[in-house]
Design a protein around this ligand. Structure first.
Ligand SMILES: CC(C)(COP(=O)(O)OP(=O)(O)OC[C@H]1O[C@@H](n2cnc3c(N)ncnc32)[C@H](O)[C@@H]1OP(=O)(O)O)[C@@H](O)C(=O)NCCC(=O)NCCS
Length: 175
């Protein structure tokens, strides 16, 4: 299977925060943002492998800034790394300055794992990822550690087998 660049899966979605999307502080409800992020990430995962994909885990979500009612929100997602049947997808969330320049400011991000499945829901192989930019390379490099952490938390990997993750916290075994 031919490797693909992250740009092949780029997905951009733009939404406006309506009253129905808000919490009691008139800011975007976190559950609504999670739903938008999941859709955006799922489309990127599908574009990478052109198969049916399911969300396996949400590895990280950071709600760094509240997003007020009326805001225009842009979500950008790309596959950062693929393993055998699973892939990591980053979602970057930007808010648009509506009064001045229209400049986009990053306010949130999330990292998802999707798995490609056949018609019976069984995992199937997908193309690998070849990063092109510095940011894509950084995200590609970190994906292995994040995968190990997700699998440990899901009870699917023993911490002792997570060598790259252990290397972050423990002195080198051969030192
Ligand atoms: C995700 C799913 C397909 C995995 O199936 P499974 O039988 O556990 O398959 P495996 O254990 O062989 O894992 C398949 C791949 O998923 C990855 N995976 C499984 N659980 C994971 C988790 N919690 N976090 C990250 N990756 C995970 C495995 O590492 C493996 O990746 P690889 O092939 O690239 O090495 C299955 O659990 C499922 O269908 N879950 C429901 C998905 C769903 O409905 N999502 C919508 C939200 S409710």
């Amino acid at each position: 299977m031919k490797a693909k660049n992250p740009s092949a899966s780029l997905t951009v979605m733009t939404e406006i925060v309506l009253p129905n999307d808000t919490n009691n502080l008139n800011n975007l409800f976190g559950g609504q943002l999670l739903s938008w992020m999941d859709r955006c990430a799922a489309i990127a995962a599908h574009r990478h492998c052109r198969r049916t994909v399911v969300t396996a885990s949400v590895n990280n979500v950071s709600f760094n800034e509240a997003i007020p009612q009326g805001a225009i929100v842009t979500l950008e997602s790309k596959v950062s790394r693929a393993f055998s049947t699973s892939m990591e997808v980053w979602v970057d969330v930007y808010m648009e300055d509506q009064r001045g320049s229209g400049k986009q400011t990053k306010c949130n991000e999330a990292i998802y794992t999707f798995v490609a499945v056949d018609d019976l829901g069984r995992p199937i192989p997908i193309p690998s990822v070849e990063p092109e930019t510095e940011e894509e390379q950084r995200r590609y490099d970190g994906a292995l550690r994040r995968r190990q952490l997700a699998l440990i938390l899901a009870g699917k990997m023993k911490p002792a087998d997570a060598h790259e993750l252990r290397a972050l916290f423990l002195p080198r075994e051969d030192a």
